[in-house]
Design a binder for this molecule. Structure first.
Ligand SMILES: [Cu+2]
Length: 635
């Protein structure tokens, strides 16, 4: 998590590449940077569990503006160290960091934030494939201005915000001030008038968001509720984000991403908080981890395992690794704590791109042990039954005998492995110290009392819509669509402001698609072949991304509560989103007064909030006090 002044180090970093222990085969192929980048045989081998886990800082506001904390975040090119044996990497980062700093705000208090990319270079870090729409002006409807290679817009994911502050795909800005066709304002105003939240802020620029995210433009965003500090959860240095992002590297330390569009991209190196296969020394006590998955396309199936040879107990028996207790899927808290692990409610914690899972792990009975955070999901991911088979395979491997070295790719022997589909079986380690630095006053996760909260409800639904997910067969590989329509097609879904709808999302393609709706929080109400099976234990709570497995129909209840206007919904596999698996819905007001545009509409929004409270479905408070505060306009 170092921050170094912005410099173009792409070329010079190659000269530093002769680090001991790196394979030299790929490096000798060409001195030419472009050709070098075109050939890639896998990332250099990196020793696992030696890089210490970096902890992102909580960002201090840069001041106040219109009565709200104001952040001015620079979007920068910078150098970053992923691993002590890997030469420094040129990244793009918020404040020059990968992941970006934690931006945190109180529930019901407004925040103003501006992302400044004026210091960015003119040249993109990666090749831009112009076959992807949005990369040239011909691809835009009603816009014939320039489309600079470097352009950014930051979306604050999962937030209930006006369209102009939503950071949508066509709202980008270039370093020299060219603005995309739907750009409205550089300062984004975030009401934070919603349930407590763990989420991310990330780049969303049309045509290149997969590249901008991969370059590093992602960071944690939290809304802190009024109640959660009194629940007995681990806090401060025991409340740690785990940002899981697979990456691939050249021998010179530079990031590898294919020059031509691929529909499913995954790296062969696990990074957590910007370190490759890190290790984290923990005390024998409880920790809260906020797991965020901003990987472009990789779904993880998480489980804790005991590292080999670490069972030093005098009686010679190896203890079970601790369970992972999930308390939240992003918005608010789950209805009940979900135990993930052997004998728990779920075998593993599956987390698709841009899903979140907040968990508590109790290391107190594991002093002196080393535990591995394992991944039991195949890439590309297709869903539960399929993945169960993989799980058996993992078991039969008998520990991590096949998993050492830096390259997991192709060792699996299962389908889809190899350089294009590298499998990653381990993510990081926890080294539990012998002693704790002080008394742990937190509650055991099974004793936590989850705050009750209303969430969108099927019974209130006034409309049911069908959404289909399909891969288009034809000459355009990897073209995915929603309802057989593309980004540029007319908006057809127009929910009424304040109404609740049921969306039935059916996936006829081969892989799982995590569908994200901007603006809203929704409830999963059914899944399975015909959408009638109950939601998974860890999706009984507020969500904004839901996995729809191959051959499955998932039903969600959505309330379109506070803002009118156009908002995207899209697959959150970035390569899918970018290649047409993104559409818009438009929230309309019956007596439309042009709301939801621009800022300074808080009064309007609060009025609407009142009007829509009668069904009490949304109940955006953790503790029953929130609504009063919400109407107090976030002071
Ligand atoms: Cu998808």
């Amino acid at each position: 998590m170092r921050r170094i002044s912005r410099r173009r180090l792409l070329e010079t970093s190659a000269a530093l590449g002769a680090t001991a222990g790196l394979p030299l085969a790929a490096a000798s192929e060409s001195d030419e940077a472009d050709e070098h980048h075109a050939s890639w045989d896998g990332s250099p081998a990196l020793e696992k569990f030696v890089a210490p886990l970096p902890i992102p800082e909580r960002r201090e506001a840069d001041g106040r503006q219109r009565g709200a904390p104001y952040h001015e975040v620079s979007v920068e090119e910078a150098t970053h160290s992923f691993h002590p044996d890997l030469p420094d990497t040129t990244i793009w980062g918020f404040d020059g960091q990968f992941p970006g700093p934690i931006i945190e705000n109180r529930q019901y208090r407004r925040l103003r934030i501006e992302f400044d990319n004026s210091g960015m270079p003119e040249e993109h870090l990666f090749e831009i494939d112009e076959a992807i729409k949005g990369t040239t002006s011909e691809n835009y409807v009603g816009y014939d201005g320039a489309v600079p290679d470097v352009r950014n817009v930051t979306h604050l994911h999962g937030l209930n915000a006006p369209t102009a502050s939503d950071g949508q795909a066509d709202m980008w800005t270039s370093p020299d001030g060219v603005t995309g066709p739907r750009f409205e304002q550089s300062v984004q105003e975030i009401p934070n008038r919603q349930a407590r939240l763990s989420s991310v802020y990330h780049d969303h620029a049309r045509g290149i968001s997969r590249l901008n995210n991969y370059a590093g433009l992602v960071g944690p965003y939290y809304i802190t509720g009024w109640r959660e500090e009194f629940m007995g959860l681990p806090e401060d240095e025991y409340d740690v984000p785990l940002v899981l992002a697979d990456r691939a590297f050249h021998d010179d330390g530079s990031l590898y991403y294919p020059d031509e569009f691929v529909a499913n991209f995954a790296g062969d190196v696990a990074t957590v908080n910007g370190a490759a296969w890190p290790t984290f020394e923990v005390e024998p006590r409880r920790y809260r981890f906020r797991i965020l998955n901003p990987s472009n396309g990789r779904t993880y199936g998480l489980k804790l395992g005991s590292a080999d040879g670490d069972h030093e107990d005098g009686d010679g028996h190896a203890g079970e690794p601790p369970s992972i207790y999930q308390i939240s899927a992003g918005h608010g808290f789950l209805e009940e704590v979900v135990e993930v692990g052997h004998g728990g409610d779920m075998e593993k914690l599956v987390i698709a791109p841009f899903e979140r899972a907040e968990v508590v792990v109790d290391f107190s009975d594991h002093a002196g042990e080393t535990l591995t955070l394992e991944n039991h999901a195949q890439f590309p991911y297709s869903g539960g039954s399929h993945d169960g088979g993989h799980d058996g395979g993992m078991g039969s491997m008998g520990g991590d005998g096949d998993m050492d070295g830096g390259m997991d790719g192709g060792m699996d022997g299962g389908h889809g492995s190899g350089a294009d589909h590298p499998q990653i079986h381990e993510l990081m380690q926890f080294e539990v110290a012998e002693e704790s630095s002080g008394q742990d006053r937190t509650r055991h996760p099974t004793d936590l009392r989850m705050p009750y909260r209303h969430t969108p409800n099927e019974r209130a639904a006034q409309e049911t819509r069908q959404i289909t997910m399909e891969m288009q067969m034809g000459s355009d590989p990897g073209l995915h669509t929603l309802n057989n329509k593309r980004w540029g097609d007319d908006v057809e879904i127009k929910p009424q402001l304040g109404s609740t709808e049921v969306w039935e999302i059916s996936n006829t393609s081969m892989h799982t698609h995590p569908l994200h709706l901007h603006l809203v929080e929704f409830t999963v109400i059914g899944r399975g072949p015909d959408g009638t099976e109950p939601p998974l234990p860890n999706e009984r709570g507020g969500k904004d991304v839901v996995r729809v497995d191959s051959g499955e129909t998932v039903r969600i209840a959505v309330k379109f509560g506070d803002f009118a206007g156009k908002y995207p919904f899209h697959c959150h596999i970035l390569e899918h989103e970018e290649h047409e698996m993104m559409r818009m819905f438009e929230v309309v007001n019956g007596n439309d007064r042009g709301r939801g545009r621009g800022h300074g509409r808080d009064d309007d929004a609060d009025d609407r909030g009142h009007r829509n409270d009668d069904d009490d479905e949304w109940g955006d408070d953790d503790d029953g006090r929130g609504r009063g505060r919400g109407n107090g306009r976030g002071r």
